[in-house]
Design a protein. Sequence first.
Length: 217
Amino acid sequence: MANDSVFDVIKARRSIRSYEDKKVSDEDLRTILECARQAPSGENAQPWRFIVVRDQENKEFLAQTGKNGSGRRFTGEFLSKQMHNRFKGLEDPEKRKRVFKKLTSGNVSAFVSQADIVLMVLGKKDVWDLPFDTSAAIENILLAVTGLGLGSCWLVAPCIDIRDEIRLKEHFNIPDDLKVVSILSIGQPARQPNARPRIDLDELVYNETYGEKLYEE
Ligand SMILES: Cc1cc2nc3c(=O)[nH]c(=O)nc-3n(C[C@H](O)[C@H](O)[C@H](O)COP(=O)(O)O)c2cc1C
């Protein structure tokens, strides 16, 4: 069901990682891309470029690249002992094993190929504000997708490692003056996940000077 008010849309947005086998209409796709184009950018540089990927083999390629990236990232987390924090609340040894395997195998990113569309977000490397500009466009996309009753997930996993970026550039014929910033899966959600926890405002916001809380919750 479509959401209307901007506040409803912001609240309803979730990272969607399972999709129904259903097409996104060309009209909806165009609305989503139009919202991306309306995002603010430093000096109005508009450094974003997009590739719409619908071909199954290309989507599998992106999913595999995401799996490689996630696998390396979580293996790195384990080796540098950062992963211990993730397992703090997880007592059941079997569940720990399952989660560990899913993270280090990279299978957490496998869902990408299920989505009807994978949108590649590229950015012009010679633009100073490229990370901020493309992030603004991506957030517009996520909200537009939610407003249309569709679902999306923002992934950097396939774009972190320079070796993966080189492979993506070769595969998708992307010129060297563009950076592969992120990919977004877009499709009909198979289910609506629960909201992930958010830090309370009293821990985030200060009044006039850092440390003076604006809110006491
Ligand atoms: C910059 C950025 C990178 C992300 N990269 C990934 C990713 O590689 N894989 C993934 O499954 N989710 C990724 N996410 C989604 C986050 O995990 C998700 O936004 C967060 O857990 C909060 O959940 P929510 O989006 O449902 O509110 C990313 C989100 C952002 C903003």
